[in-house]
Design a protein around this ligand. Structure first.
Ligand code: SAM
Length: 274
């Protein structure tokens, strides 16, 4: 059997008696035009290796496989095993793994070769997964990810904008980030209460070292933990005014106006004092 002989996603769900479970953050994309668009935006093709988190009924998985890519899909909900096995039987390029993506060893899955991440992420674990992929020991070749629109704002906005904070700093210190598609709630089954968007992240060739990233996490946690306070107060426990001056920044400035480079300078100044 080939992919185009598979039943529609709706029929497949019905045949297997499956429905969306809230606890797993399940909102499915059953329109292959939307999933194909995401696969195109992911810029993957023949011979590429994609790791997909949360294939669910497999709509995005099918679109990724159609490009000729190999897909390793990690799904936590065991109920989808028989349905996804049918997709794997139709497309030899699909490897299925059942378990928690937070505990997955992506380096082992990628086996030393580049791999791209593409996912319509479960909302409840989207941000921890992103932090793991950006600061952990394994670096993806690219990331094309669906989030709630509000999370995409927190990823892409810059200094002085409302949603600029820790997440934007960590993402933009490690990647270029572009919002590439808005997806209305009605595109999902069942529709979530919020709107969604796809963000495309490309890891920088010169990523900060793990030590620097750990320091960046520490200074951004303190600075944005009290984002309305001046840096000399919010960073008191890490070195206060002296630390801020050592980083070449104004001790009276607030976290929300400091650019990513400023936070990297703070991380370096903090490491130098330890
Ligand atoms: N990719 C499918 C689609 O676009 O229709 C489903 C997307 S749905 C938003 C999120 C999927 O992630 C669900 O299938 C859910 O069971 C799965 N999931 C939730 N938490 C997970 C985790 N920790 N590890 C792996 N998969 C998870």
């Amino acid at each position: 059997m080939s992919l185009d002989r598979l039943p529609s996603l709706r029929d497949a769900l019905e045949a297997h008696g499956l429905w969306a479970k809230k606890a797993f953050g399940q909102h499915f994309l059953l329109d292959l035009n939307v999933t194909r668009k995401i696969a195109r935006l992911a810029e993957i093709g023949e011979g590429d290796h994609v790791i997909e988190v949360g294939p669910g009924p497999g709509g995005l998985t099918r679109a990724l496989l159609e490009t000729g890519a190999r897909v390793t899909a990690i799904e936590k909900d065991e109920r989808f095993r028989p349905l996804l096995q049918e997709v794997a039987d139709a497309a030899p390029g699909l490897t299925l793994i059942f378990g928690d993506a937070l505990a997955a060893d992506e380096a082992a899955l990628a086996a030393g070769a580049p791999a791209h991440l593409v996912s319509n992420l479960p909302y409840n674990v989207g941000t921890p997964l992103l932090i793991k992929w950006l600061t952990g020991p394994w670096t993806p070749a690219s990331l094309t990810l669906m989030f709630q629109r509000e999370v995409v704002d927190r990823i892409t906005e810059g200094p002085g904008e409302d949603a600029y904070g820790r997440l934007a700093v960590i993402v933009q210190a490690t990647c270029t980030a572009r919002r590439v598609l808005d997806v209305p709630a009605r595109a999902f089954t069942p529709p979530p209460r919020v709107e969604s968007a796809v963000v495309r992240l490309e890891p920088l060739a010169q990523r900060p070292s793990r030590t620097r990233l750990e320091a960046l996490q520490a200074v951004t946690a303190a600075a944005f933990g009290q984002r309305r306070k001046m840096l000399r107060s919010s960073l008191k426990a890490l070195g206060g005014e002296d630390l801020v001056r050592a980083a070449g920044l104004d001790p009276q400035a607030r976290a929300e106006v400091i650019p990513v480079d400023g936070f990297l300078a703070l991380a370096d100044a903090w490491l130098a004092r330890r």
